[in-house]
Design a protein around this ligand. Sequence first.
Ligand SMILES: [Zn+2]
Length: 144
Amino acid sequence: MCVELYYGTSDTCSLCGISSETPDHIYSCTHPAALESRTQAATIFCDTLSKKTPPSILSALITALTYQPSKSIEVDHEDVIIKQHELGHFSMCCGHIIKDWLSAYKSAAGTNNTLQGCTDKKARGWLVQVIRALWRYSKTLWSN
Ligand SMILES: [Zn+2]
């Protein structure tokens, strides 16, 4: 038996007023204000990572973050995006990312002029930055 306490308030989304305000709904609400909030959060996410992330990896990360199975994937690293999505969209928003991102990053960084000489230590440092950026993305959505 699941006990839900809302202390006299409704559990419906304060923006759309249609669905329960579950974590999954926070990341998928179609109300214009929610869409705008996710766009702003995604922009901050990209700005945070853009200097140290190869463009193909950054595109793949943002695609994974906004991935919908009904849409086709039109960026590189499709296999990583699909594998990441198998964990569930909410997992990525919490910073739970698959280690395949590290391999993809190291491969892409090796061909990027500004990131050449990528060591395992640098790659792990990059991964920490990705997780922090994901947490910031989620915090932005929950704050708005
Ligand atoms: Zn909603």
